[in-house]
Design a protein around this ligand. Structure first.
Ligand code: F6P
Ligand code: MN
Length: 361
């Protein structure tokens, strides 16, 4: 078989580093460690029911979110930790599966980055063999952490998404892909199983600015706020409604897979703040779901928002903070933000929006 001309992840990272002559290569090494963990997770996921798991894990554990963690959630978490803790590039880690930050063990060196991840997003889909993925975000540790090598605290991680140095996800679907930004656009790699290498197959991913496809869990519609109801009603009204065009709808229930579809062909995803549970202002988590996906989407020319303000500007208040999330094609996300700021939409009861011409463009 002739060697393919496609660049590997390592080659891409070396090229990116050349833009910063003073860079040490630590970030590259860290991204490569994450990518190795993702390959290991991909293999484990692909085993499906053939995987041998300890019997004590078979029932699943309840994680910090009060959700049942599947054995694969826990295995993926461990794979990411073990592959990246030894390198000397990390000051600490945090993940959906751990209540508190993870301290780099004393036998390893500590470094300047923080790694934050959702080890297996969409894992409720595992039993039905639908795509899942790992989402990661890399932040710089506060300077006093770097200087002192002290243990990390929750506060060290509470940085806005705009501070991310790199972010991305691995998608375990029909093919395994790694989608990455190091702040210079978005690139996608496909795992070449025969070489065990991620090959650059998508060198410049761009989210189209317009779309006719939206994704939302409509079983929550009775809990939506009026701006979201208005938006969805207008999409559903189709060609004869105020938008004057028909819309298509998708819901995979695996946010990472929805983000990937939107990066490939546009669309808008909403898991908005709603009134379902007053203790939870949204379903998705800010630090390891909304921010990394938001950074990737924005680097690809899309937009990510809480509905009210740009996601990457939000100052986090807790490690496992939940938040309303809207991302995708720029013009559509901006429209949803306008509806949230429109005093009429905010106050009027929702069913009006489908019927009245009040909101016609
Ligand atoms: O991690 C949360 C998650 O699994 C997302 O991947 C997905 O978008 C969402 O939950 C699905 O939520 P629901 O079960 O409400 O459709
Ligand atoms: Mn998740």
């Amino acid at each position: 078989m002739p060697l393919s001309k496609k660049r590997t992840l390592t080659q891409y990272l070396i090229e990116q580093r050349r833009r910063f002559p003073q860079a040490s290569g630590e970030l590259n090494a860290l991204v490569l460690d994450v990518s190795i963990a993702c390959k290991a997770i991909a293999r484990q996921v692909a085993l499906g029911s053939l995987a041998e798991v300890p019997e004590s894990w078979a029932a699943g554990e309840v994680n910090v979110q009060g959700e049942v963690a599947k054995p694969l959630d826990i295995i993926s978490n461990l794979m990411l930790i073990k592959q990246s803790e030894w390198s000397g590039h990390l000051a600490g880690m945090a993940s959906e599966e751990m209540a508190a930050p993870y301290q780099i063990p004393a036998e390893h060196q500590r470094g300047k980055y923080l790694l934050v991840f959702d080890p297996l997003d969409g894992s409720s889909n595992l039993d039905v063999n639908v795509s899942v993925g790992s989402i990661f975000s890399i932040l710089r540790a506060p300077q006093d952490v770097i200087d002192s090598g002290r243990d990390v605290t929750e506060a060290d991680f509470l940085q806005p998404g705009a501070a991310q140095v790199a972010a991305g996800y691995a998608l375990y679907g029909p093919t395994t892909m790694l989608v990455l930004t190091v702040g210079n656009g978005v690139v996608g790699f496909t795992l070449d199983q025969s070489l065990g290498e991620f090959k650059l197959t998508h060198p410049d991913i761009r989210v189209p600015e317009d779309t006719q496809e939206f994704a939302i869990n409509t079983s929550n519609s009775r809990f939506w706020e009026p701006p979201v109801k208005r938006y969805v009603d207008e999409c559903l009204a189709g060609r004869s409604g105020p938008r004057g065009k028909d819309f298509n709808m998708r819901w995979i229930a695996s946010m990472v897979a929805e983000a990937h579809r939107i990066l490939m062909r546009g669309g808008v995803f909403l898991y908005p703040r709603d009134t379902k549970d007053p203790a939870k202002p949204g379903r998705l988590r800010l630090l390891y779901e909304a921010n990394p996906i938001g950074y990737v989407i924005e680097q690809a020319g899309g937009r990510c928002s809480t509905g009210r303000q740009p996601m990457l500007g939000v100052k986090p208040s807790a490690l496992h903070q939940r938040i309303g999330v809207v991302f995708g094609s720029k013009n559509e996300v901006e429209r949803i933000e306008r509806y949230h700021h429109d005093p009429v939409t905010r106050e009027a009861p929702a069913p009006l929006f489908a019927e009245r011409s009040l909101f016609r463009d």
